[in-house]
Design a protein around this ligand. Structure first.
Ligand SMILES: Cc1cc2nc3c(=O)[nH]c(=O)nc-3n(C[C@H](O)[C@H](O)[C@H](O)COP(=O)(O)OP(=O)(O)OC[C@H]3O[C@@H](n4cnc5c(N)ncnc54)[C@H](O)[C@@H]3O)c2cc1C
Length: 309
């Protein structure tokens, strides 16, 4: 375990934004994680975690403490039990590809979501109607205060829309997760995953300097849900409408402010046009929030996690 100093966070986030972390460490095992925690605790440093950095907005002034990057990257497949177990730092795409290649289906709709297993479990990541909660059987996590390691059943993870026990209770850090899948012809599985990726590319929600959807889809009034359903011909899910639909209606489709812009296709994506700062993103997203609230009386909540603010 090597503690590095003055590491630019923009190099560790898909937004490519963020100042310097005073201390930075990549942990590749449970033991290294414990060592990093001890280092921070004995030196009385503030600490925070990142993994794939695909759901993070890091401040321009960086982080005055230790950033711990989760890079535990082992996984194993049990084809008889139709399960794949992966450590927190494995990329979600790698896990889905490995599962498909082994003839295990269920996760393909999430193919293309950037980031790691740990990040996906914490935020109950999902796409095209499938979320982590639909496929995860159990999760192992560590309490960073007591160092207790515990296994959580799916129900104990208390998943909800882009939320989980681990997001609400940030002292628990995900170490690994086991996914329960079904047998299917590997070629069919891979074909489906590739189709999903093609759709994501077409919708311009792939390979961009961004952190994905900036705001969560809000729960809105029955009237607004109906308006959405009439206009789009698709049902509102659990009382929620896409934040992007409201943002677009509030006049923020493809709007650039300095070097930060909203997506041309997906207005809920905030994109770094090249040299955007966190301050520019803050300014633009506050305006988006304000306009949506004024027009619809709906307060948008961030999905993106802020580091160093
Ligand atoms: C182009 C693009 C498209 C996207 N599309 C989607 C999509 O379709 N659906 C979707 O749901 N999301 C999407 N996202 C958002 C993002 O990919 C997910 O939220 C992803 O699961 C984040 O994982 P990560 O490893 O990058 O987490 P990070 O961004 O590194 O971290 C996010 C948060 O999780 C915490 N964290 C990281 N690892 C752990 C761990 N092991 N235990 C506990 N906490 C941890 C961090 O401390 C931080 O607070 C997209 C992002 C981008 C850039």
């Amino acid at each position: 375990m090597e503690i590095q100093e003055n590491i630019p966070l923009r190099e560790h986030t898909t937004f490519e934004i963020g100042g310097v972390a005073k201390y930075f460490v990549i942990v590749r095992s449970k033991e290294e994680l414990q060592e990093a925690l001890e280092y921070a605790q004995t030196k009385n440093l503030a600490f925070t975690f990142i993994a794939g950095g695909s759901n993070v907005l890091a401040s321009d002034s960086g982080f005055d403490g230790l950033v711990i990057k989760m890079a535990l990257v082992k996984y194993s497949i049990d084809t008889e039990g139709n399960e794949i177990q992966a450590e927190a730092g494995v990329s979600l795409m790698e896990v889905i590809h490995a599962a498909c290649s082994a003839g295990l289906t269920g996760m393909e709709p999430m193919y293309g979501i950037p980031g790691t297993i740990g990040g996906a479990v914490r935020g109950n990541a999902g796409a095209f109607g499938t979320e982590v909660l639909d496929v995860v059987s159990h999760v192992t996590a560590i309490d960073i205060e007591s160092k207790e390691i515990r296994t959580f059943t799916n129900a104990e993870c208390a998943f909800d829309y882009r939320n989980s026990f681990f997001k609400r209770t940030s002292k628990w850090i995900v170490l690994s997760a086991t996914f329960s899948l079904m047998a299917r012809d590997p070629e069919e599985c891979i074909k489906k995953a590739k189709e999903i990726l093609a759709t994501r590319n077409e919708r311009q929600i792939q390979n961009i300097r961004s952190a994905g959807s900036f705001f969560m889809n809000p729960i809105v009034s029955d009237k607004l849900q109906k308006e959405f359903e009439d206009e789009k011909g698709t049902p509102a899910r659990n009382g929620r409408v896409p934040a992007g639909w409201l943002i677009e209606k509030a006049g923020f489709k493809g709007v650039a402010k300095d070097k930060a812009a909203t997506g041309q296709r997906s207005s809920n994506y905030v994109i770094n046009l090249g040299s955007a700062t966190a301050a520019m993103v803050q300014e633009l997203t506050l305006e988006m929030q304000k306009s949506v609230e004024e027009k619809f009386g709906v307060k948008l909540e961030r999905e993106v996690t802020q580091v160093g603010f």
